[in-house]
Write a protein that binds this ligand. Structure first.
Ligand code: FES
Ligand SMILES: [Fe+2]
Length: 369
């Protein structure tokens, strides 16, 4: 009896096959990490890094120890150069008037630049070996987050979020306790994609009676991929001032979306309607190829009462909870390159996603399965 492969194993003829339970090849993971390296990535809320604490985060499969040393946030490779214990299990100590990170195992202590400044077991008169150092990475603080770049030369700046800190807007931050089981690229695509609105967010962001895609205008502007389209949606907190009398009596609201993807890992959706402006902001941290830490914020310039923030948080959490299982179900984990034909994007409805992927491929971020 001849054995046939399960359907999931069968790719279009002549194309590479993958099994949907498999992870990507080591080469594909390495290429993804390499492609994502020269960009700023958010790794932690600033508020989650108190003085005298060391916090471990992961970025592109690398463990990083974050600490505040001498008034600056520093990011060090979370592996001691001695016997590779985690520095994040250690302590912040004072040494000659400067703060250092001390390894918990034998007390080697590192300064902000990653150089070891103290080896307790060193014989008197002996010098600290020059290679007793760990990598230290570029750090920036923006929008209440700590951002790290693993490369000395970031390709782009941290993308703009003009509504942040603007007191004509009310901004709420949503913290996801658990990372999403997906790649950051799929997370951004799931937020950029609008043709799923009638299916995943039926009655909130769309209606299955009107599944036609809007007329998408897509272009590049500096480091941004910009998408603009006009739609009508049911009244909800993101389209309407629901605190106004009779707001829920309206059947449909006309609005314009202008989406800015800060390549490759941040997206800002700007929704303009008669109510005003509502902004969804998502910065993704690619902790690993299959694990993404999401940092969300939502800004509005209507219904400014802070007492109503929790209603907006609940609304956003509900919409996100609708997306999550679907995005986490997508395989392969990493976006397959166009040439594999594993996915079948359909023009013109999927043009925004295709343009995003085209740019990712130019940046070397999508290169294998
Ligand atoms: S492993 Fe860190 S001091 Fe020995
Ligand atoms: Fe969605």
């Amino acid at each position: 009896m001849t054995q046939t492969a399960p359907v999931a194993d069968q790719a279009p003829s002549g194309k590479p096959s993958f099994c949907d339970s498999d992870g990507p090849s080591q080469e594909a993971i390495a290429a993804f990490y390499d492609g994502m390296k020269p960009f700023w990535h958010p790794v932690l809320s600033e508020a989650d890094l108190p003085e005298h604490k060391i916090v471990r985060v992961e970025l592109l499969g690398i463990g990083i120890a974050l600490a505040r040393l001498n008034g600056q946030v520093v990011a060090l490779r979370d592996l001691c150069r001695h016997f590779q214990a985690r520095l994040s299990l250690g302590e912040v100590i004072d040494l000659d008037g400067l703060q250092h990170v001390m390894c918990p195992y034998h007390g080697w202590s590192y300064g902000s630049d990653g150089h070891c400044k103290r080896i307790p077991q060193l014989l008197e008169g002996r010098k600290i070996p020059p290679n007793a150092r760990v990598d230290s990475y570029k750090v920036a603080i923006r929008y209440g987050l700590i951002w790290v770049c693993l490369d000395d030369e970031p390709k782009f700046d941290i993308p703009d979020y003009p509504e942040w800190g603007d007191d004509t807007f009310r901004t709420v931050v949503m913290k996801e306790e658990q990372p999403s089981k997906t790649s950051s690229i799929r997370m951004i695509m799931g937020t950029l994609d609008d043709t799923h609105f009638p299916w995943v967010h039926q009655g909130i962001l769309g209606s299955r009676d009107e599944p036609a895609a809007p007329d998408h205008k897509v272009w590049r502007e500096g480091q941004y991929l910009v998408l603009q389209y006009d739609v009508e949606q049911p009244p909800n907190l993101a389209t309407t001032d629901m605190s106004a009398e009779g707001a829920d009596k309206v059947e449909k609201i006309a609005l314009r979306y202008t989406d800015y993807v800060g390549m490759p890992n941040v997206i800002r959706l700007v929704k303009d309607s008669d109510a005003g402006r509502y902004v969804v902001w998502l910065a993704t941290c690619p902790s690993a190829y299959n694990r993404t830490t999401n940092f969300w914020a939502f800004s509005r310039n209507y219904d400014m009462n802070p007492g109503r923030d929790s209603i907006y948080e609940e609304f956003s959490a509900h919409v996100r909870s609708q997306d999550k299982p679907v995005i986490e179900s997508q395989r392969p984990w990493l976006l397959p390159p166009f040439w594999t034909q594993i996915e079948l994007p359909l023009g013109p409805a999927d043009k925004p996603l295709m343009e995003f992927q085209r740019w990712l491929e130019e940046l070397g971020i999508v290169s294998g399965i």
